[in-house]
Design a protein around this ligand. Structure first.
Ligand code: 5GP
Length: 130
């Protein structure tokens, strides 16, 4: 069965997209640790990060770096944290999280999402990604 992220990539489920290239997409996490929490996802569905081949792995890291550089321009924070977990969605994804405190990295503290502003936030981040 297709992962929820494959359904997003195929346009069956909506997302707040911030960047896309031929092989990757980046969109806002639906249940963010912090404002601007973004997921970078390869379009080809592979379960585990270290099962990616060397080229796909490097390209995902380079795509994530490009998104992170834009994210830190768009969302004031001390730094962008990068994590790979995958316990909930078995489709490789890199979490990029604007960090101000260690609790932003814990996946226990969650940000209240203001639904009226999330589209504007995604558009703002998208404009900063080069
Ligand atoms: P992980 O698999 O790395 O443990 O966590 C999966 C992440 O994907 C979680 O942070 C969760 O909030 C996010 N997520 C799960 N389903 C959706 C979805 O349908 N849309 C979006 N944008 N994010 C999702």
């Amino acid at each position: 069965m297709a992962s929820i992220f494959s359904k997003i990539i195929d346009g069956e489920i909506p997302c707040y997209k911030v960047a896309e290239d031929q092989n990757h997409i980046a969109f806002l996490d639906i249940n963010p640790n912090a404002k601007g929490h973004t997921l970078c996802v390869p379009k080809k569905e592979v379960n585990k990060l270290f099962d990616l081949g060397p080229q796909a792995y490097s390209e995902l890291m380079e795509f994530s770096r490009t998104v992170a550089l834009g994210l830190r321009k768009a969302v004031p924070c001390q730094r962008i944290g990068m994590m790979v977990i995958g316990l909930e969605v078995p489709h490789v994804h890199v979490h990029l999280i604007p960090l101000n405190t260690i609790s932003d990295a814990t996946f226990t503290k969650k940000e209240q999402v203001d639904k009226s502003q999330i589209f504007e936030l995604a558009k703002h981040i998208a404009t900063k990604i080069g």
